[in-house]
Design a protein around this ligand. Structure first.
Ligand code: ATP
Ligand code: MG
Length: 245
C-alpha cells in the first residue's frame, strides 16, 4: 500500500527534516505515528498525500512508484487518499454540509446519495445542528470533526490523519478513533499522527516513532513485499458503522 525506501526530505535549501526513512504499510494495516513537536510527522504525511516530493529515496504509493509516475496520473492517486489536515483546511465560504459533500460531488455521486451519507455522518459526529453553518462559526473541535467527516466520507483506500483528535475531548476522540478502526476493518489502511499516548495505549496498534527526522528502529517497519492489492473504494454508508459506536 505504502513503501518508503531511504527517503529524505528537505524544504528548499534547508537541512533534511526527514532522513533515511524506510517503512512499509501493508494494505489494511493501522499505524500510529508519534514523535515530539518538530520531529517531522506532518512532513512525512505530506509526502504521503503528495503535497511534497522527496529530495531522495523511493516512495511507492498504492502500487505506483512515484518517481516513475507521470505528473498527470497523480491526481487520480490523490483521490484515493483521505486526509485530515492538522490545520483542517475547510472551505470557509461553504457550509459544513457542502464541505463534507464536496469530495462525493467531485467523484460524481448522485445527489440523493450525497444528502443521505453526509447528513448521517455529520449527525454521527454530533453536528446535525450545524449542517448549514459556515466553518468560521464553529469551535476548533467542531471544525476538526468536519475535517474528519470530509476525509472519510468517500471511503478512501488510505486515510492519513494529522493529529485528528488534537482539539476534541476524550470521549469524542475515542469515538473518532473507533470510526477509523471500523473503516480499517472494512479494508482502509490508516496512518494516524498523534501526541495522545492515552489513545495510542488504548488502541494497541503498531506505533512508528519519529525523532529529529528519523524513524526509531525503522527496519522493524518493513512488513514484507510491497503489495499492489486494490481494495474497492465504496462510499461510507452509515450502515457500515457498528451500532455500539
Ligand atoms: N514548509 C516548511 N518549510 C521549511 N521548513 C519546514 C516546513 N514545514 C516544516 N518545516 C520544518 O520541518 C521540521 C518538521 O516539521 P513538521 O511540521 O513535520 O513536524 P511535526 O512532527 O509535525 O511537529 P508537530 O508535532 O508540531 O505537528 C521542523 O523543523 C519545521 O521547522
Ligand atoms: Mg505536525
Amino acid at each position: 500500500m505504502v513503501r518508503f525506501e531511504n527517503v529524505g526530505l528537505r524544504y528548499g535549501t534547508g537541512p533534511e527534516v526527514l532522513r533515511d526513512i524506510s517503512f512499509e504499510l501493508a494494505p489494511g494495516s493501522f499505524h500510529f505515528l508519534t514523535g515530539p513537536t518538530g520531529a517531522g510527522k506532518s512532513s512525512l504525511l505530506k509526502l504521503l498525500y503528495l503535497a511534497e516530493r522527496p529530495s531522495r529515496g523511493l516512495i511507492t504509493l498504492l502500487g505506483h512508484p512515484l518517481s516513475k509516475t507521470p505528473r498527470k496520473a497523480l491526481p487520480a492517486i490523490r483521490r484515493e487518499i483521505g486526509v485530515v489536515f492538522q490545520d483542517f483546511r475547510l472551505m470557509n465560504h461553504l457550509t459544513v454540509f457542502d464541505n463534507v459533500a464536496l469530495p462525493l460531488r467531485l467523484a460524481g455521486q448522485d445527489e440523493a446519495h450525497v444528502q443521505e451519507s453526509v447528513t448521517e455522518l455529520l449527525s454521527w459526529v454530533g453536528l446535525k445542528a450545524k449542517l448549514d453553518e459556515r466553518p468560521l462559526r464553529l469551535s476548533g473541535g467542531q471544525k476538526q470533526l468536519v475535517a474528519i467527516a470530509r476525509a472519510v466520507v468517500t471511503r478512501p483506500k488510505l486515510i492519513i490523519a494529522d493529529e485528528p483528535t488534537g482539539n476534541i475531548d476524550r470521549e469524542m476522540s475515542l469515538r473518532i478513533m473507533r470510526l477509523f478502526i471500523e473503516l480499517n476493518k472494512l479494508g482502509t489502511t490508516c496512518l494516524v499522527a498523534t501526541h495522545d499516548m492515552v489513545l495510542v495505549d488504548r488502541l494497541q496498534k503498531p506505533v512508528m516513532e519519529l525523532y529529529e527526522g528519523k524513524l526509531a528502529d525503522s527496519g522493524w517497519w518493513m512488513e514484507g513485499a510491497a503489495s499492489n492489492a486494490v481494495i474497492p473504494a465504496q462510499p461510507l454508508m452509515p450502515d457500515d458503522l457498528s451500532p455500539d459506536f
